[in-house]
Design a protein around this ligand. Structure first.
Ligand SMILES: NC(=O)c1ccc[n+]([C@@H]2O[C@H](COP(=O)([O-])OP(=O)(O)OC[C@H]3O[C@@H](n4cnc5c(N)ncnc54)[C@H](O)[C@@H]3O)[C@@H](O)[C@H]2O)c1
Length: 384
């Protein structure tokens, strides 16, 4: 079993998720490679206690990411920090020759993403991917297989989105994710958008142009210190993209929604593909359910498939048991380590988001900002 020694920079919400994944690696009986956490870094040292009491393999704790990067024991790094730090931390990690799993949006804006892309180009020996776990849901893996098998026929329409509702509470204090300085101009697109793009980009479907409507619904919030302060980030984004299916050369409409204020939706990720031969719909609201319509003439009947635990990477969990958030994170990390070790993903839809896919998302979100500002449809820049 190959052991990849990891450093974690940013030991907040997502840093803990990865550490927990490393502790339940025994769930994946067929993996030939596993992560081991040896170093952690955060400015907030109060987070260290949980890590140190649960992970005896940690030999370095620091509040300076450069110290972690100069540790020769660290082979790979997971970085989960606010977006304004992505460019500096990711480029330094890549230049230090460490493999990197970076969090979305992979740079606070298009320019910082470009600088990360340049570092990757100049250091081709490092393996770099971006985190996004939802396609590892059993139902979505099945939709991926349907895409591979050309089961949909001509694509009629695709809808994807990621919906939250906690910001409906006007009394909720502002945090870094609601501040342009730390989260970026993209607002909810930067925060939630990669998740909504992931399957579309993996399928090879290319947005050509975008018309966006962005909403800043709640314009001020308490700061937690007794003051009311401006809250300037976009709460909700709705994008309509003319999107090309390179296999047929035809275009179809793709609707993309990322919303921080979606009444009734706690953490709802959805993906729908409507085609001339088949259609499929999935939402995390019904995590175990895949809706499929296979059209062969005659009645059009939506079938409901109970998915259970069909995973890209074999798990000890019984196949009839439903999948959950922490299983998706485990599967995503299996994908990262499998590809790091083998050089290729096991299948197209069992790979993590690539740097090129993050660059496409930045072109899309930048065009969406321009579209809303000008009230026009904006052509996307083509990739390099
Ligand atoms: N994949 C997902 O589902 C998912 C979910 C939530 C967040 N995210 C992404 O993960 C990243 C982090 O988000 P989070 O929710 O974990 O945030 P968080 O606020 O819980 O954690 C961020 C951590 O970074 C630390 N930090 C800030 N400045 C630092 C510095 N200079 N050096 C070292 N550490 C520093 C903070 O102290 C904090 O502990 C973001 O890019 C976010 O978009 C991904």
């Amino acid at each position: 079993m190959r052991i990849v020694k990891f450093g974690i920079i940013g030991t907040g919400l997502m840093g803990k998720e990865f550490a927990s994944v490393s502790a339940r690696w025994c769930h994946l009986p067929e993996m030939n490679v596993r992560p081991e956490i040896v170093s952690i870094c955060d400015k907030n040292t109060e987070t260290f206690h949980w890590f140190q009491s649960n992970f005896k393999t940690i030999t370095q704790v620091t509040d300076d990411y450069k110290e972690l990067l100069s540790n020769p024991d660290v082979e790979a790094v997971y970085i989960a920090v606010p977006h304004h730090l992505h460019e500096e931390f990711y480029t330094a990690t890549i230049k230090a020759g460490k493999h990197l799993m970076g969090e979305k949006p992979f740079g606070i804006d298009k320019e910082s993403n470009k600088s990360i892309m340049l570092a990757i180009k100049e250091n081709p020996e490092t393996f770099v991917r971006c985190s996004s776990q939802f396609p590892f849901t059993s139902a979505v893996q099945r939709i991926g297989e349907m895409i591979e098998a050309d089961a949909f026929g001509e694509i009629i329409e695709v809808n994807s989105g990621f919906l939250h509702s906690s910001d409906l509470d006007q009394d909720k204090s502002i945090n870094w994710k609601r501040m342009i300085q730390y989260n970026g101009e993209y607002g909810c697109m930067g925060d939630l958008g990669i998740h909504a793009c992931h399957m579309v980009f993996k399928a090879g479907w290319v947005p050509l142009n975008v018309r966006a409507v962005l909403s800043n619904i709640i314009k001020q919030r308490p700061d937690g210190k007794g003051n009311i302060v401006p809250c300037e980030t976009w709460d909700n984004a709705m994008l309509l993209c003319e999107t090309r299916n390179p296999k047929s050369g035809q275009t179809f409409p793709w609707t993309f929604k990322t919303q921080r204020i979606a009444p009734g939706e706690k953490n709802t990720w959805y993906f729908e593909v409507l085609g001339t031969k088949s259609s499929a719909k999935f939402s995390t609201k019904q995590i175990n359910t895949l809706n499929v319509l296979e059209y062969k003439g005659g009645n059009q009947i939506w079938q409901i498939v109970d998915m259970g635990h069909e995973t890209a990477f074999k798990s000890i969990t019984g196949e009839i048991f439903e999948i959950g958030f922490s299983d998706l994170i485990l599967q995503m990390w299996a994908a990262f380590l499998y590809e790091l070790d083998n050089g290729n993903p096991e299948t197209r839809f069992s790979g993590c988001v690539t740097p090129e896919e993050t660059a496409l998302s930045h072109r899309l979100f930048t065009a969406a900002l321009e579209s809303y500002a000008s009230a026009e449809t904006i052509e996307l820049e083509t990739g390099q």
